[in-house]
Design a binder for this molecule. Sequence first.
Ligand code: ATR
Length: 277
Amino acid sequence: MSDQYAVIGNPIGHTKSPLIHGLFAQETQQDMAYTAIEGPLEPQDAFAATVRAFIAAGGKGMNVTAPFKLKAFAMADERSEPAELAGATNALSFKDGRIIAENFDGIGLLRDIKVNLKLPMGGTRVLVLGAGGAVRGALLPFLAAQPAELVVANRDTAKVKALVAQVVARGPLLACGYRDLETMGQFDLVVNATSASLTGELPPVPPSVFSPTGVAYELAYGKRLTPFLRLARNAGTQHVADGVGMLVEQAAEAFAWWRGVRPETRAVIDRLTVPLD
Ligand code: ATR
């Protein structure tokens, strides 16, 4: 039997994971199957039971998506540092009866920015919007890329300050509210990691943060020109991107972790890209 993998979420109908991992497996000639599982929302312990049933049936690993990233984290026996910091996992590996939790969202985002978008991060000014799970997972990878300054802005400033306090010793980090951004000048990279775009909303970011030569990055993907990307464009930023590259790169990280071989991502990104305009 082929090695078994799956993505679990609810709803799960929209997932691109089986397509992405299927293409990776084909390219790297791995004998594996990858399916989508709609995880149960209730009762409370039904999610863990579903994961354990998958393991009992020979499952080797799982990607985890909303709303199960915290529950999957809670049931793990071992957790990587990015997973610990995020308090959430997006990839599990099942080995020798143990569940190991990783979080590749941040590393996938950084790889997309540095390798695919060719933005050298060293010495740049970076602004991240939001303080939810997506940001928690991305802070350490961002700091590892050694920006001159990493500013994280959120509506709820107590939340962003608490988050930044956990890792402030690791680099030049500052937490603030949106109003504070008005006097901070332009940034080389502005990342919208809020969930605002999922509902068509715009985070209250002042246009003055955008630079004509910088990059505006929307974590959501397939939503075309979101209000955030439109604002960036109107402020003169030429280079705008959505999160399709991050989606594929985090999948490639999980694939490499499970299979020991890193797939090429370019063709898969091109295949999944929805033009912004
Ligand atoms: P997740 O863990 O999936 O990232 P979350 O923890 O609910 O989700 O976080 C969502 C983030 O998007 C938060 O930073 C939230 O800001 P607040 O903490 O201030 O609520 C942010 N967010 C959601 N809608 C927003 C909007 N319309 N404008 C600005 N920020 C928004």
